[in-house]
Design a protein around this ligand. Sequence first.
Ligand code: TRP
Ligand code: ZN
Length: 464
Amino acid sequence: MSRSVRRVPAVAVLLALVLTGTACDGGVRGTPGASGLGDPYFPRAGNGGYDVDHYDIALDYTPATRRLTGTAVITARATRDLSAFRLDLAGLRVGSVRVEGAAARWSRAGQELTVRPRDDLAQGETFRTTVRYSGTPRTLTDPDGSEEGWLPTADGALALGEPVGSMTWFPGNHHPSDKASYDITVTVPQGLQAVSNGELTQATTRGGRTSYHWHPAQPMASYLATVAIGHYDIARTTGPHGLPVLTAVDPRQARASAGVLAELPGILDWEEYNFGPYPFSSAGVIVDRPGDTGYALETQTRPVFPGDQFDTGTLVHELAHQWYGDSVGPASWRDMWLNEGFATYAEWLYDEDHDGPTAQETFTRLYEGDHEAVWAFPPARPSSAAHISDSPVYERGAMVLHKIRQKVGDDTFYDIIQGWAAARRHGTAGTAAFTAYVEKKAPERDFGEIWRDWLYGDGKPDRP
Ligand code: TRP
Ligand code: ZN
């Protein structure tokens, strides 16, 4: 600090303090919370100064006009004294903001909605913010060129949120490090369905509109929230030990999807055997039209697939994410390989157990083949936000896991991956926590070379 200080008489300072003191309540005098959490790839994602406990989101959507009206009630806990805080929201029009029932001042700049509550918030205080909003939700283009956010479809819409698209349909703390519980109610014209995460607790029709109330019962990162609106063939079945399974398939995809859909319970069974207990209280899939999105996404309890990518391998991958990525979430977007490396390795393991190539064969094929893209950057250090879903994160991430397996043998390896899912269940973790966990599970082994060359090292490691 090098600004010049003008001396002010002590009495004047005291007087000023007393005057401002009377102007605000209870003596709490906070400062504004930060506009981001400093994520290495998405620095403005999420916000400082609070932690969300619960989102109660009510949406009303009409596909014909693409108009959405929403109310988000956000229950959060202040992590320090706050005079103002931010929510991430992209597009839409804010009608009003209330904090603890009192009208709050607010302003917008880019994706930041800044809220100034009438009274400052004290550290540790739980406070409720109600945001009313409306408009036509946006589709965002990611640094890697893919589309996310609110995607209109032929008969409805599909909300996809990785990494930051959920801010197009509800205001919140949109960073994976802040998980919360949710209630999601979606009202649509009668005759259409609205599918979301978790369990359907209520569906009521009144005045030509149907409201679907969904409850994801376990903690969820906002990028894993989804809403699918349209016509769907909905089926309820059960998975291992009575797990409720709800599948929603676009009728035009029904025939082509039937075979893969029938594999779902068996895959869940196989994954439980290998990864440990399924982490959520329901499961399922959403299969929508081909070409609408171009990619599948591991939305919690109910991953989304474009019809043309609903194949066994992709289903194994997205279901594996329920353990690795959804239940054990990444601490930041730098830790993406903990999601994608695990889900990709799950595909290799599934092949190995189902008369396909062994994981060693897949590893060798990648190492020896002409796959330059795999070596573009280290899995734990993507070169930029545009590359967090590139091959080094997926394939080379899986190769890191295979190297660990080679080093410790199968018994310890399965112990590690199951133990990791159990230890961090419904939480988040970064790469350093994972490597420390592996070392703790196999203290007699030296992982130095694997971490140095395979996880953090530039270029292709010299030896397979
Ligand atoms: N996570 C998706 C998968 O299962 C892929 C993906 C979709 C993705 N959108 C993304 C990855 C955005 C990173 C960023 O493979
Ligand atoms: Zn994935």
